[in-house]
Design a protein around this ligand. Structure first.
Ligand SMILES: [Zn+2]
Length: 185
């Protein structure tokens, strides 16, 4: 998952407008263990549904040879399963309390620009050219493979976020470090 953390420019009609999203507060909020336990089964079910949607509808990432190379370096074994889709906004669960929790703890917010669910990656469409962001999400795909399933990934990921906060969770740090190694500032 990735959030805006810099000034961004995007097109609104014919006028290019600078814009910034201030989302720091929600990103650093810890999630209590009981919330993780309660959230997990329904979050996993939602994530699996979204992955199925991506596997059916999104473009294969191996169609872009540069992305395939990054995917291999990220450690993804089944690059052939990888899918990537640009969307106007990262989808949120329809179920009201799941959606509310995702927003409250900053898991998915209006500032989210990338979200990986199994072998499927959503990228907000104004960020599709951001290869560093995609590299970050590809490392998450490799983590899903390593942990073996969407529920296993979410259990580990949410428990890390509940202990360390979003940007400091070890799985996040691994994705950040990989993207940085591919595209140093
Ligand atoms: Zn991430």
């Amino acid at each position: 998952m990735r959030f805006w953390n810099h000034f961004a420019r995007f097109k609104s009609g014919k006028i290019e407008q600078p814009s910034v999203y201030l989302i720091k507060q929600s990103m650093e909020r810890m999630i209590p263990d009981h919330v993780v336990a309660e959230l997990l089964p329904r979050a996993a079910e939602w994530a699996q549904g979204q992955e199925q949607f991506l596997l059916r509808n999104a473009a294969s990432l191996i169609l872009r040879p540069k992305l395939k190379e990054i995917a291999l370096r990220a450690g993804i074994a089944r690059t052939v399963s990888g899918r990537i889709l640009g969307v106007p906004a990262i989808p949120l669960p329809e179920e009201a309390d799941l959606r509310k929790t995702a927003i409250a703890y900053g898991l998915i917010t209006p500032g989210t620009i990338g979200l990986t669910l199994g072998h499927g990656i959503f990228i907000r469409q104004d960020c599709l050219a951001d290869a560093k962001l995609i590299a970050h999400e590809l490392k998450h795909v490799a983590q899903y493979e390593r942990l073996g399933s969407i529920p296993a990934f979410l259990q580990q990921y949410l428990s890390e976020v509940s202990q360390h906060g979003y940007p400091s969770a070890p799985m996040e740090l691994e994705a950040i470090a990989f993207a940085e190694s591919e595209f140093p500032n």
